[in-house]
Design a protein around this ligand. Structure first.
Ligand code: FES
Length: 579
């Protein structure tokens, strides 16, 4: 039987397919559609607009433009709502909800009759959730992002969310600015709708979407409120129609080569550490394993080229004016798989050949004059992190990259909140702050609490950075010598749970090691003293599903039952196949 398309796809089961179609048509005609319209290819548009998500505040304009593009190409656009997640409006964390959004996206793509789908995301977890869902659903899919917010100005200084949020909050905690000024800053940090204006997780995932080839070239960088962003939306709608005839399904785009390209870009843009987790999760849905040790090999040969906060100085709108991700990809060309197919139907190399010529700009450096000589992210291993840990070395203090110090341990976020600002806290600038119980299971939801604040008594002495270690995450907008994603996490028996205040910890980023300088016999004795928490009889619903199914950070924090039965590929160690 010929494959059903358009309105005939995925009919509701009443035991009579023709009746199911008859009924479906009757209902949609209630919305005023004609038979002529309904005979066209259907392009679903995943609408993640929400009053609780200002990062998606331009959703109505984008949907209108996508629809225009779809109709210009002869398709019929039908939008549908999915879960929307904003970083600051998600309890306990947005990461806790990412997999729920991916399941929602996957099941609605599968359940509703559409021949291709436009995914409109933006805020940190939304793009990975949509790509994970679309990868599993398997129909032609194209990513569109809402775009970055504009920058604001505070007393003559340019500011933007959220590197400057943390910087000014640090000044406030150190009594360097007063309550009036911090309130003034609060009005200026987010100057428009759109995603955070630095190379945080949202900007990182936008760049990775383009690098993966599942977004139109040039689609990552245009700010939310620009004509460029609206034009990209229209072009995305047009392309979503053409992708149907071309059979442009995610398995043709999201290949091991594409993930290797995306990892190169992640390293070269000084991207968010969250990008590693999300790429691992999206690749996992395609049966592709990302090996952290391989990422580290790539990091050694991929310098940071993009001068954006938090690793550098500029903002996303500056990257757009500098030619967007194309400028980065052009520089990275010798390190990329140029024969990777993109959703345009052309390869990455063909797209770069067709791109506008380079011009003089000061945001993207050349390979020979990078902003940082190695990749932004380094992978650490050692007895404190047997399954790995991550540090954003490009945003860390150079003088702390090799450091041994005394551990000052906080058992969980509540313990930290209660004690970190106590005047009599026994802490010194060369200590190592350790925070437990903020991993995928521990908190739960792996909060971005890895950016442990500098204790107030030290902040007031002018201390700006310390070595900080946790099994949680940190915001892509944050900077500092911060070791995150320690795996396995403390809540499921990881060695981080054995650290006690007074232990010595050694961080050696050049050697890629993180070590707890305590005898193995002592650690084994401590492990025997640990008791497992009592099962919670009130556990129910999504929280129960999450706690019983979530994987560790090095496995992408996906749910175990959402992965395919086996991995069939991995990010290759081979050199690029064409240059
Ligand atoms: Fe949405 Fe930063 S809070 S992108």
């Amino acid at each position: 039987m010929a494959e059903r398309t358009g309105l005939k796809k995925g009919l509701t089961n009443y035991g009579d397919l023709e009746f199911s179609l008859f009924l479906r048509k009757a209902f949609i005609k209630g919305a005023g559609y004609t038979d002529e319209a309904l005979d066209r290819p259907i392009i679903g548009i995943a609408n993640t607009g929400s009053g609780f998500n200002p990062c998606h505040g331009n959703m109505p304009q984008l949907i209108e433009a996508v629809k225009r593009g779809v109709m210009l190409a002869g398709g019929i656009p039908i939008e549908f709502p999915t879960i929307s997640i904003h970083e600051s409006f998600s309890h306990p964390t947005s990461m806790f909800l990412r997999n729920l959004m991916s399941m929602d996206t996957e099941e609605l793509i599968r359940a509703q009759p559409m021949d291709s789908v436009v995914l409109i995301g933006g805020c940190d977890k939304t793009v990975p959730a949509q790509l994970m869902g679309a990868a599993s659903a398997g129909i032609p899919a194209i990513q569109l992002v809402t775009g970055s917010m504009l920058t604001g100005s505070h007393r003559g200084t340019r500011v933007g969310a959220c590197t400057d949020c943390r910087r000014y909050w640090g000044h406030y905690r150190a009594d360097e600015i007063d309550a009036t000024e911090i309130a003034d800053v609060n009005n200026q940090l987010v100057a428009s709708v759109g995603t955070c204006s630095v190379m945080g997780t949202a900007s990182t995932m936008a760049c990775l979407g383009e690098a993966l080839g599942i977004m139109l070239p040039g689609g990552a960088s245009a700010p939310a409120v620009t004509a460029d962003r609206t034009r990209i939306a229209e072009q995305t709608g047009t392309r979503a129609v053409a992708m149907i005839a071309a059979g442009m399904t995610p398995d043709r785009i999201l290949t091991a080569q594409a993930f290797e390209n995306a990892l190169r870009v992640l390293l070269a843009i000084g991207g968010s550490t969250n990008g590693i987790i999300h790429l691992t999760a999206i690749a996992g849905r395609m049966g592709i394993r990302i090996d952290l040790d391989q990422v580290d090999v790539m990091s050694a040969e991929t310098p940071v080229l993009v001068d954006l906060k938090p690793s550098g100085e500029h903002y996303m709108e500056d990257l757009h004016k500098a030619g967007g991700l194309t400028t980065v990809l052009r520089e990275l060309r010798p390190l990329l798989h140029l024969d990777a197919l993109t959703i345009t139907g052309r390869t990455l190399g063909e797209e770069l050949d067709a791109a506008p010529p380079p011009f003089s700009q000061n945001v993207v450096r050349s390979l020979s004059q990078p902003i940082y000589p190695r990749g932004g992210i380094a992978v650490l291993r050692g007895n404190l992190a047997p399954s790995g840990a991550i540090i954003k070395q490009s945003a860390a203090a150079p003088e702390l990259m090799v450091h041994e110090g005394r551990a000052v341990v906080f058992e969980n976020t509540q313990d930290m909140a209660e004690r970190i600002d106590l005047p009599d806290l026994d802490v010194h600038a060369d200590d190592v702050l350790v925070l437990k119980q903020i991993g995928p299971i521990g908190a739960p939801g792996m909060p971005e609490a890895g950016y442990i604040p500098i204790p107030k008594k030290l902040a007031r002495q002018g201390v700006k950075d310390m070595v900080r270690i946790s099994d949680g995450r940190m915001s892509g907008t944050a900077a500092g010598t911060i070791v995150v994603h320690v795996s396995p996490e403390s809540a499921c028996g990881g060695p981080l749970g054995l650290v006690r205040t007074g232990d010595r910890i050694e961080l050696d980023v050049p050697e890629r090691s993180i070590s707890l300088l305590v005898e193995q016999a002592e650690l084994e004795a401590r492990a025997r003293q640990l008791t497992s928490p009592e099962p919670d009889p009130t556990l129910r619903g999504y929280r129960k599903l999450y706690l019983e199914s979530v994987l560790q950070a090095d496995q992408g924090c996906d749910f175990d039952f959402l992965l395919p039965t086996e991995f069939t590929d991995s990010v290759p160690r081979s050199k690029p196949s064409s240059t």
